[in-house]
Structures are given as structure tokens and as C-alpha cells.
Design a protein around this ligand. Sequence first.
Ligand code: ADP
Length: 398
Amino acid sequence: MDEIVLVMNAGSSSLKFAVYRLAGAAELQLAARGQVEGIGTAPRMSARDGRGGMLAVPALSPVICDAATALEQVAGWLRSAFAGARTLGVGHRVVHGGAAYAAPTVVSQGVLTDLRDLIPLAPLHQPYNLAAIDAVAARLPGVPQVACFDTSFHRGRAEVTTVVPLPRDICGDSVQRYGFHGLSYEYIASVLPQCAPAIAAGRVVVAHLGSGASLCALRNGRSVDSTLGFTALDGLCMGTRPGTVDPGVVLYLFQGLGLDAAEVEAILYRKSGLLGISGISNDMRDLLASVEPAARLAVDYFVYRAAKEIGGLAAVLGGIDGLVFTAGIGENSAEIRRRICESSRWLGVELDLDANARHETRLSRPGARVSAWMIPTDEELMIARHTVRLLGIQGAVA
Ligand code: ADP
């Protein structure tokens, strides 16, 4: 009988999933990977097998599609595509682990209660992450589930990088700069020795540029600092989140404009960033294709902010040896990579334009003082690795 591990990465507008087989092999074997995108607007589902071949999936109705329905559709498809397989465990991406959860954790009712308390700190992700855990518990009772946190990889950093400079009695233990996208950075750090051995033990800035965007400073594969903080709002400009803003602006929204907390939350999480500046779209592809001045400004600001923060992390590391691009924009947009690299020339980044246009792994010219790379991330594999390790599932050395 097939034995499988499921991985769920559930967000507000997308649900990504992956299935790994444990056929006694030394490494987890990808059996299928897919996603439902455009939940709530124009939902569409896609799935591929382990070799990248398209798999048949149902067409989704735009009328009924919300996050719960998307989960139902995916569950139904998985049941038929893997009929007869035994599910040994399910791993989930959970964005916020707070102060209490420093490492991947087997889910229990008590854990879920703690994680629900963190929903206000990650309203775009945490409720959907936890809903996926509930949905799996209802459908596969008795199958152990593991919560893998985006914050874990950043734990153990120096206090100067985690402190929030407000009164200590107000901050306590819980108000600190956690950092996010940790599963992505952990995966990149795990493959650097094979993909980019020359920099794996060195000083590297990884740019995770997707709908959410951040940078991580790595020294010898460990997180030293990152641009996201207490919540996933800080740092770089994102699809619908602003990145760093003067906190006085937030005060003004309350005091000057009389908005309430729900309205301010909606502005900060869903209406700002690329969407807010452009007024057109949160999708980088739309903005790059647009001739509207507001779209250009949004792209200019995205690049400006990324280059500025790369400089900041280079100062933290005392110089850098490598710059790595990953996630939707970082893996697919040669133009954004080129512009960020041009703005980082002063650091010694020298892009090979042809390699960049061809999306090669090594993007920089031979001999460049700082090498540049494009490495696709794989958060789902990282979650599967944690899940088999934590559950002590035999046969998989991840
Ligand atoms: P998330 O996992 O946070 O939803 P992704 O890493 O999947 O985000 O990245 C999604 C984003 O990647 C999209 O919003 C889109 O802006 C961007 N993207 C994808 N392909 C391209 C491309 N070819 N050019 C520019 N941007 C792209």
C-alpha cells in the first residue's frame, strides 16, 4: 500500500498542496503538487505529478469558491487521486508561532488554542492555516498533523535584531521582531551547498519576492536578521502590504481620519503596497505591463525599497558574498532582478544579462565580487521534511 505525507499551505487567496510518497526511499518522493489560486475572485485549480506533468483536476465554480470550499475541492481530488493510500501525517505551513512555538510542533487542541490567539498578528494567513488543520482533522481523524512555522528559522538571533524599541513593560516577551518566510529561507539555506557552494558558508542576502516579500541575511546558512518583524507588515513593499511605514501615519489613520481598527487592518494588509500605490493591481506582471505612471511608481518603489534594505543587511553582515532571488517575482521576473542588481552594483553585484534573461541559477558574471543567483524555493518540501522527522516516520531520511 502507498504511504503518503500531505502538505498544506493555505492562504487567503490561494491553497497550495503537495503529496509525497514514502516508498522506502532515502528521500521523500514528490507524487503531486498543486494549488487553487484566485480564491474569492476567479478560482482555478491545477496539479502536476512528480515529474511536472499536468494532472486532470475539476473546474471550480466562481460563485461558491471561498477558502473552505477550495479545501473541500482539494480534499475530494486527493481522495480520488490517491485512493487506497495511507496518509501517515499532514504538515501545514503556519505563519506565526509567537513566543511559545520556536520549532515545528505536533498539533493538539491546546496548540490550536494558542495559535488562534495569534490570528490578529497574521490575519492574512493564520486563520486560513488553522482552518486547513481543522478541515484535515475532520476528514482524517487520527492522522497526526504538524504545524511548521515561518518564524522558527529566525529564532536564536541576537537580541539587538529582535528587540522592539518600545517600553519593555508593554512589549514583554511577545512583542519582538520574529521574522517570517522562514520555511523558504531554511530550504534555500539547505540547498546552497549544492547550488552555490562558493557562498554557502559565507554572507548571503536572500530575497524572497512573492506576494509577500522579505529579505534574510544568512551567515553560514543561519538567519542573522530579516526585514519582517513582529508581523508580516514590515520591510519591503509587498503586493497588498506596505512594508515599513512611519508609525505616525498609522496614528494619523486613527486620530486624523477617525478610522477604526478593522479599517486600519484592512488598509495595512489588503489595500497597500503595490496595489495601494498603483491603484491598479497587486500583481507584478500587471504593473510591469502597464504604462500608467502610478504602476511605474509602484514598481520603482518596490525596487528602491529592496535595494535599500539589501544595503542595510549588507551593513549587518559586514559586506556580502552572494545575493539570491527566490519566490514568484524573484524566480520569474528578469526585469525586477536586473533592476535590483543594478541598484546593488556598488556592493559588487555584476549581473550577466543573458544568464538573467534565461533564468539560469547563476546570474552574475564570473569573477564578480558578489555573485547573484536564482534558486526556486520549496516550502512544501521543507514542511514535509519537518513532518517526517517530527513524527519519526520510518523510511524517509529528509
Ligand atoms: P505567494 O506564495 O506569497 O502567494 P508567490 O511566491 O507565488 O507568492 O508569488 C506570487 C507573485 O509572483 C504574483 O503576485 C506575481 O506578482 C509574481 N509573479 C509571478 N510570475 C511573474 C512574472 N513572470 N513576472 C513578474 N512577476 C511574477
